[in-house]
Design a protein. Structure first.
Length: 342
C-alpha cells in the first residue's frame, strides 16, 4: 500500500501510548517507555493509557487487576507524568476502544495477525488454549491509537511490529471506506539507548515482568538490597569492559548493563564506554547499583505515597477518561457513518 493516506492526513500531532497493569513494572518498562512518555509531554499533546483490557487477554485476578491499575497510575505520576498536562486514564473507561477494535477486527486480515511474533511467543506450544483476545490484541492496540487519531506512538522495541500493524489497519480502513486521510498512519517512536533492556540472567532475552525468575529483572518496587543483589548476580563475561561500541559485539551482557547505565544517567553510550573501558564488571555493577537506587527509589516512594489515597487516583482516572471521551467520541461518530451503521 502506498503512503498516500499518510500524506493526505492533515490533523494535529498527538501522542498515544499504553502500559499493561499486569505484574510489576520493570526497569525495561521505565527506560524503554515511561521515561520517554515523560519527555514527550514537553512537546506534544499526549494520552497515556493503562490498558486493562489488554491485561485480561491472559487471566488476571480481578482484585489484583484493580490494585495494579491504581498502582500503575501512581507509578506514571511518580515517574513524572502530569495528569493536568497529559491525559491519564484506563482503557475500559472509554468504550470507543472496544467499539473501534471490533471494526478493526473486520479490517485486519488473518494473515496479518498470524505473523505477530508476540502472539507466537505468548501462546507458546498451546496456541489452541490461548484466548481469542490474545490473538486479536494488536487490533485493540490499533484502536487505542486511532480512536484519538494519534500520530506518534512511543514504545520499546518489542511493540514495533504491533504499531506497524496499526499503520496497515489505518491505511486499509482509509482505502476500504474511501476515506483517504481519515486516519493518520501512526509513527512508532523508538528512541534512546534502552529501547530493548535485556534480562539480567541472559543477555539474549528481553527483561520482562512475566519471566519466572525475579532475578532477571529490576522491578520499580525493588528496595536497595534487592537491586544490589540482582545487579551483583547479573550475568557477565570474563573480559574487561570495552572502550568502544565495536568491542560490544558478541557481548550482550556488557552491552545491556552499559546501556542501562547510559539511559539512567541520561548519557550517550560512547560516554559511558569511555568511562568504563578497561575496567572490570565489578566496578560497573557497583556504580550501576548506586545510580539505579538514586533514580528508582524516589519513584518507588512516591508511588507508595500516592497509593495511600486510592480515591484521589480514581478521580484522576475519571477526569482523564472524560477528556479522552471528548476526543474519541466524535471520531467514533465518523467511523459509524463511514462504515454505514444507522
Ligand atoms: P507492555 O505493557 O508489555 O509494555 C509497556 C511498554 O514498555 C516497553 N517495554 C520495554 N522497553 C524496553 N525494554 C524492555 N525490556 C521492555 N519491556 C517492555 C514496551 O515496548 C511498551 O512500550 N501492547 C502494549 C501496550 C499497549 C500500547 C497500546 C502501546 C496497548 N495499547 C497503544 C502503545 C500504543 C504492551 O503490552 O506493553
Amino acid at each position: 500500500m502506498s503512503d498516500e493516506a499518510a500524506v493526505s492526513y492533515n490533523g494535529p500531532e498527538r501522542v498515544f501510548s499504553g502500559v499493561q497493569p499486569s505484574g510489576n513494572l520493570t526497569l525495561g518498562n521505565y527506560l524503554g517507555a515511561i521515561k520517554r512518555f515523560v519527555a514527550m509531554q514537553e512537546s506534544h499533546d499526549c494520552l497515556y493509557c493503562i490498558v486493562d483490557m489488554h491485561a485480561i487477554t491472559v487471566w488476571q485476578d480481578p482484585s489484583e487487576l484493580t490494585r495494579a491499575t491504581r498502582e500503575l497510575t501512581a507509578a506514571y505520576i511518580a515517574c513524572g507524568l502530569d495528569p493536568a498536562r497529559s491525559i491519564l486514564f484506563n482503557q475500559s473507561k472509554v468504550t470507543a476502544h472496544a467499539e473501534l477494535a471490533w471494526v478493526f477486527n473486520c479490517v485486519a486480515r488473518m494473515g496479518w495477525m498470524e505473523r505477530m511474533t508476540q502472539f507466537k511467543e505468548k501462546s507458546g506450544k498451546h496456541k489452541e488454549r490461548a484466548s481469542l483476545g490474545l490473538f486479536a490484541y494488536p487490533a485493540l492496540m490499533a484502536a487505542d491509537i486511532l480512536a484519538y487519531k494519534a500520530t506518534h506512538v512511543p514504545v520499546g522495541d518489542d511493540q514495533k511490529q504491533h504499531v506497524e500493524l496499526a499503520r496497515d489497519i489505518a491505511q486499509k480502513f482509509n482505502q476500504d471506506y474511501n476515506a483517504q486521510g481519515f486516519f493518520p498512519v501512526p509513527e512508532p517512536i523508538i528512541q534512546g539507548v534502552a529501547t530493548k533492556v535485556m534480562s539480567l540472567r541472559d543477555g539474549a532475552k528481553k527483561m520482562s515482568k512475566s519471566d519466572p525468575s525475579d532475578m532477571s529483572r529490576i522491578n520499580l518496587t525493588d528496595d536497595t538490597d534487592a537491586i544490589a543483589k540482582k545487579l551483583r548476580r547479573a550475568k557477565t563475561d570474563p573480559d574487561e569492559l570495552p572502550a568502544d561500541a565495536k568491542g560490544l559485539e558478541g557481548r550482550p551482557e556488557a552491552r545491556n548493563l552499559l546501556s542501562i547505565y547510559a539511559a539512567l544517567a541520561d548519557e550517550e553510550l560512547v560516554t559511558v564506554l569511555d568511562h568504563f573501558g578497561g575496567r572490570q564488571f565489578r566496578d560497573l555493577k557497583e556504580a550501576l547499583t548506586e545510580l539505579t537506587v538514586v533514580k528508582i527509589s524516589p519513584i518507588t516512594e512516591e508511588t507508595r505515597r500516592l497509593m495511600g489515597d486510592p480515591g484521589a487516583i480514581d478521580k484522576i482516572l475519571e477526569d482523564g477518561a472524560e477528556r479522552a471521551r471528548a476526543i474519541a467520541d466524535p471520531v467514533m461518530a465518523d467511523v459509524r457513518r463511514l462504515v454505514g451503521f444507522v
